[in-house]
Every structure is written in structure tokens, then in C-alpha cells.
Design a protein around this ligand. Sequence first.
Ligand SMILES: Cc1cc2nc3c(=O)[nH]c(=O)nc-3n(C[C@H](O)[C@H](O)[C@H](O)COP(=O)(O)OP(=O)(O)OC[C@H]3O[C@@H](n4cnc5c(N)ncnc54)[C@H](O)[C@@H]3O)c2cc1C
Length: 398
Amino acid sequence: MNMNYTADELAFRDDVRTFLEEKLPADIAAKVKQGRRMSRADHERWQQILVKQGWYATHWPEEYGGVKWTAVQKHIWDEESCRYGAPRSIPFGVNMVAPVIIKFGSEEQKQHYLPRILSGEHWWCQGYSEPGSGSDLASLKTRAVRDGDHYIVNGQKTWTTLGQHANMIFCLVRTNTEVKAQEGISFLLIDMDTPGVTVRPIITLDGEHEVNEVFFDDVKVPVYNLVGEEDKGWTYAKYLLTYERTGLAGIGASKAALSHLKAIAGRQQKNGRPLIEDPTFAQRIAQVEIDLMAASISNLRIIASVEGGGVPGAESSMLKVRGTEIRQTITDLSRRALGPYAQPFVEEELDLAYEGEHLSDEDGAALSPQYFNMRKLSIFGGSNEIQKNIVTKMILGL
Ligand SMILES: Cc1cc2nc3c(=O)[nH]c(=O)nc-3n(C[C@H](O)[C@H](O)[C@H](O)COP(=O)(O)OP(=O)(O)OC[C@H]3O[C@@H](n4cnc5c(N)ncnc54)[C@H](O)[C@@H]3O)c2cc1C
């Protein structure tokens, strides 16, 4: 495997850098770099800039408005956009439901939904988990019963990320109770404005509203919105999860967070010297940097195998585990670097417009909330314990 970029790849990287320098709005980059609150409008503004450039739907075939990037080009984009402070795309529409619709949906569904994902008219959320059905997803109970041209849906979903902004939700629903759990599930697209859909906020440890509960009470969904075949939803759900987990490794984001950590540790003082010169702290930074380099090489190896025609399977689970552990370590060290300044939490400081006094340097305000928020990484997208089970079975053959 060649670890160096080719001349074409280096030229592509230059194009990416020029684009980010010219088109990434400075206020949005500042928010991302300082871990401030991003509004829905910020996400939508950046999405439209990417769509105009033709760089939004990087997993889609060109015929539907995607871009034909190689795995290496996607990797370059990920690294550079994180380095410049570009927001990550909200994945539920563009990177999760769209690939499923493209592979398993009807032509009508493609024509209807894909342009609306690009235009931003549809904001999607993911209705997989239920109370009691997270890791054991196949035990889900939300029921969809066929009634003529409609399904009548009843049940509850939970942990629905950014569901408060969404007008569409893709759901796993039980359509058959007579067969094995996995064989009676269907993949349904539901308009959240339909009567009977209720969204309630869940406020997390960092005080933010990021996740929700979604209730379905006799919700009428046209059969037209069934993706693929009835009772075959488990296959489509698993296809979607592979996309979800590969993106969750977050190597580019961890590299950006590591350089932020180093900058903070360079400014903070301990015993009259920059913290970064403290042997114990320096050793901890060095360890996580080594781990990140190793994960980055694994990422490149998987990319090389994809370029050679391979399909990532358990490797995406492996990367998810290592990538999320590393990110959590970096957020922990960043919070520690601030010492006692990490204790008080002035929520208003998360807004870029905040003009009050800063307790530590401006970049410090978000470090504790980020530490708490990033605890989620080892849980969502399939918890790390479950990913380790997959790795032991599929790679180690245990
Ligand atoms: C912030 C956040 C956002 C989320 N966003 C969404 C979303 O938008 N849409 C959505 O559908 N879901 C979402 N989820 C749900 C997420 O996918 C589930 O939380 C996850 O699958 C774990 O399920 P659970 O919470 O029910 O935990 P459980 O399955 O109850 O697991 C509890 C613990 O037991 C361990 N465990 C369970 N079974 C095993 C086993 N067989 N072997 C070893 N260990 C095991 C788990 O690893 C975990 O540590 C989100 C979750 C969080 C925290």
C-alpha cells in the first residue's frame, strides 16, 4: 500500500483548501473551532454552499446529484474540512437514508426524496431505537398494521437526534409478529407533520437539547412510503448502519481536536511553565497522538482496500471503537488542561454573540460541555461493547 498521495490527489487537496479558504464562512468556522452552539440556519447555510459546489452528497452516484470521489478523496475532504473548522454534515438525510433509498427504494421514491434532501426541504432524523430496544434492536415494538393503502403506526422511538428540527423520520417498524424478530421488520419513511406524531425533548447531561422522544399514535402512513419489501427492513437497516459506523471513526475531527488541545496546553501554565512541557501531561498527549496516528493508518489501509474493490465490514466496527475512544481521551485531556477553569459552566458562553466576561480563555468555555457530550460517542451508532463483539466474531473468529 502506498501511503503517499499521488500528484492528482495533491492537486485535489489544493482545490479543497482553496474552496475552504474562499467559501467557508468565518463565523461558522469560529463556532466549530471553539465548540460553540450551531444553529439550524448555520447548518443549512453551509449545506447550500456545498450543494452549489457539488460536494454535498459524497456517497451518491453522480446521476442523482452526487460526486464521484474516490475513497482517498473522501478522506482528504474529511481531514481538510475538519482542519479548517467546517461543520460535519448532519448525516441522517444525505449519508443514511439516501444511500438506502438509492439502493433499495423505488424510482418514484428516488425522484421524490433525493432532490428534497439536496435542497434542504427535508430534514431527516433516525427512528431506530426504542426504550428497551437499543443494542437489541430487533426486539423493537413500534407496530405498523396495513389498512388498505396505508399503514397505521403506533409506538415510541427514543434518542432521536435533532428530531426537533426534522420534518421526516425513517423508522424501523414491526409489520409481522408471527416470524423470527429480524424477519418481521419494515423500513418506513414518515412525514413528521402527520397527525399523531409527537416530539418531546430529552435534555442531556451538558444541558443541551440534542435528542428527543418521538411518539406515534395511530399515524397514517401511505404504503408508498415503504422502502423495498415489507418485512425485509432488517437488511436495509444493516446496510445503513455500515455507512453510519464508518463515519463515526472521526479521524479528521480528532486531529483537529488534538491540535486544539496542544494549543490550550501551550497557553496554560503549571509551576511557571507551559503545561505542555509538564512531563506527565506531555506523555499523555504523546500517547493519544500515537494512538491517533495508528488509527489513522488503519483508516488508510481500509480506504486502500476499498479502492481495491473490498467492502468494509467488521473493520468499520474496529475503527468506530478506536476512533471514539481516542476522541473521548482528547476531550478529557482538554478539560483537564483548563484545571479549575473547567468547573464553572456559563451556558451563555456557548453562543458566539456572548459579550460577558470569560472565566478562562475564549476557547475554554465549551471544553467541559464537550467532554460530557462526547461520552455519547461510545454509545450511539451501536455501543462499543457490541462493536467489540462483532470484531471478535468476524475478525478474530471467536
Ligand atoms: C446521544 C445519543 C444519540 C442517539 N441518537 C439516535 C438516533 O438519532 N436515532 C436512533 O435510532 N438511536 C439513537 N441513539 C440510540 C443508540 O443507538 C443506542 O443508545 C445504542 O444502540 C445503545 O442502546 P441502549 O441505549 O438501549 O443500551 P443497551 O442496549 O441497554 O445497553 C446498555 C449497556 O449494555 C451493553 N450491552 C448490551 N448488550 C450487550 C451484549 N450483547 N454484549 C455486551 N454488552 C452489551 C451496551 O454496550 C451498553 O454498555 C442515540 C443514543 C445517544 C446516547
